[in-house]
Design a protein around this ligand. Structure first.
Ligand SMILES: C[S@@+](CC[C@H](N)C(=O)[O-])C[C@H]1O[C@@H](n2cnc3c(N)ncnc32)[C@H](O)[C@@H]1O
Length: 342
């Protein structure tokens, strides 16, 4: 059995050595064929033309504004207790924020999809809280952040990452952690990051990465957006960012276990050029979704099924870390705890 890492670096395929005679190998071959077909139909990155990345046609079930709103209506109740300690730890946050170059307490920072303020708490270690703006589309998530005494002087804005309610050239830093996976049009969100940054400003986005195991990929893609590194890079370049840097992060408790194919996170940062255009380079048509637009009757009918199935798919992502951490704690003794590019 061998692991092959493709040229893109994020694709891992398992190749079994099989004989031509026995029934077991015959079945294994059939299974491999099925997996290869699945890989091809989910997306063949080497063949995909780059322009496909601008507008991803296949979206996850919760990768919609209204679905995400209702998802967080309930998840906000337990978010700080069960989500961050497992998936987005203090160490991961601090590592990612180093890439955001928060070098002065006077920087004006926008935290998009700031939710309950976990990343904002990391930001205010480097920047004065009154210079920080937390934007989120979920009032329920933001209510939790508003209750945190350390964030009392932060500016709170209810709004959409894809249509930021700020003039162009307003901020020195743009940070968004764990929110891009809910955006129906990631290219639009990243273009908005470019627009609201001052020239010379830096955008840092932290998000999940395309799973390398087909089973994990099935659940993740069903749930929401898990882009490949190439897609992140493309969206940044297309918006006009330069000096693009990418690094990978993951909970130390996983001890670098990769067999499940889930890569917990990628941090990407890019600079708005000092002498570059003030507006994003890519021209996008009208926004596809808005939280305030009313439901059509078809949407009303589909919504509960889509939402429930989306939650079930998300549950896989939520419970898998328990198994990985248990396995790591019991069976893995001396593997590096540092997460790196797979
Ligand atoms: C996983 S939470 C991350 C919260 C926070 N950044 C953290 O580090 O804990 C994702 C957040 O993104 C918000 N979100 C999703 N889609 C959004 C959109 N289109 N505009 C603004 N916020 C959005 C959700 O409401 C949620 O609070």
């Amino acid at each position: 059995m061998a692991w092959i890492v493709s040229a893109s670096g994020t694709e891992t395929f398992r190749q079994n050595k099989v004989c031509n005679s026995c029934k077991r190998c015959f079945l294994r071959k059939r299974f491999n064929l099925f997996i290869q077909k699945y890989e091809k139909c989910t997306m063949n990155l080497t063949d995909a033309s780059l322009s496909n990345f601008t507008e991803r046609t296949r979206k996850g079930l919760i990768q919609h504004k209204k679905e995400a709103f209702w998802f967080y209506r309930f998840l906000s109740i337990v978010y700080d207790t069960i989500v961050n300690p497992l998936h987005w730890t203090v160490e991961m946050r601090d590592t990612s924020l180093k890439q955001a170059e928060l070098v002065s307490r006077d920087l004006k920072v926008l935290d998009v999809g700031g939710g309950t303020g976990f990343t904002t708490e990391g930001i205010i270690e480097y920047v004065d809280a009154h210079n920080v703006t937390l934007l989120d589309q979920s009032p329920h998530q933001m209510a939790k952040a508003k209750n945190k005494p350390s964030l009392s002087t932060v500016n709170f804005v209810e709004g959409d990452a894809e249509n930021l309610p700020f003039p162009s050239n307003s901020f020195d830093r743009y940070v968004s952690a764990g929110s891009i996976e809910y955006w129906p049009e990631p290219q639009r969100g990243i273009s908005e990051a470019y627009r609201v940054l001052k020239c010379g400003g830096l955008a840092t986005i932290i998000g999940p990465v395309r799973a390398t195991h087909w089973f994990s990929r099935f659940w993740c893609d069903l749930w929401m957006l898990f882009p490949a590194e190439e897609e992140y890079r493309y969206w940044f370049q297309n918006a006009g960012f330069q000096d693009i840097r990418v690094s990978y992060i993951g909970p130390a408790a996983y001890k670098g276990i990769r067999e499940h194919g889930l890569i917990m996170g990628l941090t990407i940062s890019g600079k708005k050029p000092i002498n570059g255009p003030s507006e994003p380079m890519c021209r996008l048509g009208p926004m596809k979704e808005s939280l305030s637009s009313p439901f059509t009757w078809q949407q009303k009918l589909i919504f509960p099924f889509r939402w429930l199935l989306g939650c079930v798919a998300g549950f896989y992502y939520f419970i898998l870390p328990f198994f990985v951490m248990f396995y790591a704690a019991v069976f893995i003794r001396d593997r590096s705890t540092k997460d790196s590019k797979p």
